[in-house]
Write a protein that binds this ligand. Structure first.
Ligand SMILES: [Zn+2]
Length: 324
């Protein structure tokens, strides 16, 4: 009898030990949230999930191994806190157009390159519109840069009353809401001290001396329009990697615009025609600009360029020593 009790105790101890080793991440606190065992889907690749009010993150074992457990969970905790606040801001910015409650989005991690989709450096995050999910690639730094933009794609394509067609409109509103309307804590936190100093020198800061994304975009867009960035590789709004050419500067093609130009031009349209009007006409091609806005795309784009140049001439500071 005594022997069988000892054996039972030994077996119990072994079970407890095994539990400690296999379930060590489960229940762990990450930021204000907890790691749970994934028993929803793809459980072999993603053994754990973390639920926040707006997203369910699927944690890949390969990514935890890649960064090391301590670093992985520390950085994830920081991202989750900022992500929640940023996602809430984006929902608020689009509140007048939402169809109802916003279902949680799935966020799948792929830092280790498992899916092969994150090869391009352009994508730190990628939203698949018809599947209600976002992938995050490379590392937390890249993820921070793209996450809110991708979440706005999800909101605008899946949860809003307006119709959205073409990459141009889709990228315009995603960039406008995520960079201009929302503060975007995630993206701001990627700026280095060097970036901040440069923006300060050029006067591209807000009242608190923090980089002002609007002003930064105006300055980049003006440079692109002036032909100062010819030869620069960039991702165009039509999702193609391109090199800026003289022809594109002279005769801008709507799909080949840089994100800076598209976002600033979109804001200019919103200010001139009103948010409701622009948001309810985001299913038109460039051939219908004249019918909808009273002027063709090229005329409107030239007018915006002139206004943006005037703003830059008045507000951009040249750092001391520049132009000597
Ligand atoms: Zn996008």
């Amino acid at each position: 009898m005594r022997k069988s009790i000892r054996i039972a105790a030994l077996i119990l101890a072994l079970i407890l030990c095994a539990g400690l080793f296999t379930g060590c991440a489960k229940g762990r606190k990450v930021g204000p949230y907890r790691v749970e065992k994934n028993d929803i889907r793809n459980t072999e690749i993603y053994p754990y999930i973390v639920r926040t009010p707006h997203a369910t993150w699927y944690l890949a074992q390969a990514d935890i191994d890649l960064l090391g457990e301590e670093t992985f969970y520390r950085e994830l905790g920081e991202v989750l806190t900022e992500q929640e606040a940023d996602f809430a801001d984006a929902i608020d910015a689009l509140r007048d157009y939402l169809t109802g409650d916003i279902p949680c989005i799935d966020i799948w991690m792929d830092f280790a390159g498992r899916t092969g989709n994150g090869k391009s450096d352009y994508f730190g995050a990628y939203c698949i519109w018809d599947m209600d999910l976002i992938y995050v690639y490379h590392d937390f730094q890249h993820a921070r840069e793209g996450l809110l933009h991708e979440y706005v794609h999800y909101l605008t394509h899946k949860c809003c009353t307006f119709k959205l067609k073409t990459d141009f409109w889709s990228e315009c509103i995603a960039e406008y809401i995520s960079q201009f309307v929302c503060y975007n804590r995630l993206s701001h936190s990627t700026l280095t001290e060097e970036d901040r100093e440069m923006y300060r020198q050029y006067g591209l800061t807000d009242a608190n001396g923090e980089p002002d994304k609007r002003k930064v975009y105006y300055a980049w867009a003006a440079q692109a329009r002036a032909g100062e960035l010819i030869g620069m590789p960039y991702l165009a709004v039509n999702q193609t990697g391109m090199t800026l050419t003289e022809a594109q500067v002279r005769n801008p093609e709507i799909g080949a615009l840089t994100y800076f130009e598209a976002c600033c031009f979109f804001e200019w349209l919103v200010e001139r025609y009103g948010r409701d009007f622009v948001f309810s006409h985001m299913a038109i091609g460039p051939e219908r600009f004249e019918e909808v806005f009273g002027k063709d795309f090229n005329t409107l784009f030239s007018e915006w360029t002139a206004d943006n140049d005037a703003w830059c001439a008045e507000n951009l500071k040249l750092p001391e020593g520049a132009g000597d």
